[in-house]
Design a protein around this ligand. Sequence first.
Ligand SMILES: NC(=O)c1ccc[n+]([C@@H]2O[C@H](COP(=O)([O-])OP(=O)(O)OC[C@H]3O[C@@H](n4cnc5c(N)ncnc54)[C@H](O)[C@@H]3O)[C@@H](O)[C@H]2O)c1
Length: 401
Amino acid sequence: MGPVQQQRVTGAGRPLIRLTWTDPVTGADGFLVVHLLVSGLATGGTRMRAGCTMAEVEDLARGMAAKTAVFDLPVGGAKGGIDFDPKDPRAIGVLTRFCEAMRPWLDAHWVTAEDLGVPQHLIDEVFARIGLQQSYHAAIRRSLDPEATLRRVHAGLNAPADGGLLGDVIGGYGVAQACLATANTWAWEVAATTVAIQGVGTMGGAAAWYLHEAGMRVVAVADAAGTLYDPAGLDVPALLELRDAFGEIDRSRVPSGVTQLPREAVLSAPVDILVPAAISYAITADNCAAVSARVVVEAANTATTAEAEALLRARDVPVVPDFVANAGAAAWAWWLLLGQVGADPEDSFLRLRTEMRTKVALLLERWVIDGVPPRHTGWELAEARRAALAGGGPEQPVVIP
Ligand SMILES: NC(=O)c1ccc[n+]([C@@H]2O[C@H](COP(=O)([O-])OP(=O)(O)OC[C@H]3O[C@@H](n4cnc5c(N)ncnc54)[C@H](O)[C@@H]3O)[C@@H](O)[C@H]2O)c1
């Protein structure tokens, strides 16, 4: 599939809106890209990392438009990004000023949420500070009963589930389901299947937790400080207990049987499934030869460059794309907003498990039978769903109960 077809799949090739903002206090740059509006709404998280660029945010916004299409959500795709170190004590001030500057969008059109370097509780704190209550504000204010919707959203996000609060773990739960569907495609026994995960924050941590719970052997995890490896399988819940607020594991308390390796080592761990769940562009043409996994399941957005994916394909290694594998968080937020799930985690887990396993099975089946890369099948799916929605006549405003 050539670039023209790729563009078509996620709507227009170029984004609808690109905004650049410069923080008057620190000089940090921030970006908003709205790739596509549907019924006047677009959804996508806000990330903060030193070195974040407009090009990265554009890629992420395009990916969001694909996610919402694949999961039949009545909303377009957008993304925010700030080029600033989230560990800097001035970070919350930068995020607050960014949200103030983006207020017209956040008030009426852009539903944002957590992303790399910005946990959900932090963005909600900032929204409360600027009088917008909650990061889903643009959708909540359109609902028929905004107060009831806000209560439902709070109850869902804060519902206790195995592994943490539902709002924090649901995205990683979806990634774990994508991995389990992958194992199922080749009839790999779950207990004999090994996995390595780059990043143990919101997404990687929850994916590790649910894979461990399902009995899969998590043999390597990495955070920004390095890789932890145990071929017999890591004690995931114990390691996750040692994380700080930035998803870094306290090395002074890591069990002695665990080998500590450089950060990049996670990519070459000898495993069946590699889950990049941290930075964008983690797997590149330069490092993909080191990947020894049989399948890559993308929890991080734009985790694999196009060149790296082509090289992996030539080695018969499929990549389950971000806009399917990690879409659980975005899809669930909209199921919650639309009142299709509530505060009972079992309803949310069942819905996501069913949808994720079906979609990943479809993508990998085409790879196995026809050699079609899962990303291409995902794009086709996104295009078909978006066309079906558009084919229903003039755009109808989304009704949020
Ligand atoms: N949080 C969400 O709801 C959500 C949803 C969909 C996709 N994603 C994507 O998942 C990825 C991770 O997001 P998150 O919210 O879990 O972030 P996070 O900030 O909660 O955690 C990031 C983790 O990655 C680690 N890390 C950072 N740089 C690293 C490096 N160079 N090598 C190894 N590990 C490194 C950190 O130490 C931490 O463990 C991002 O690409 C994000 O866009 C997040």
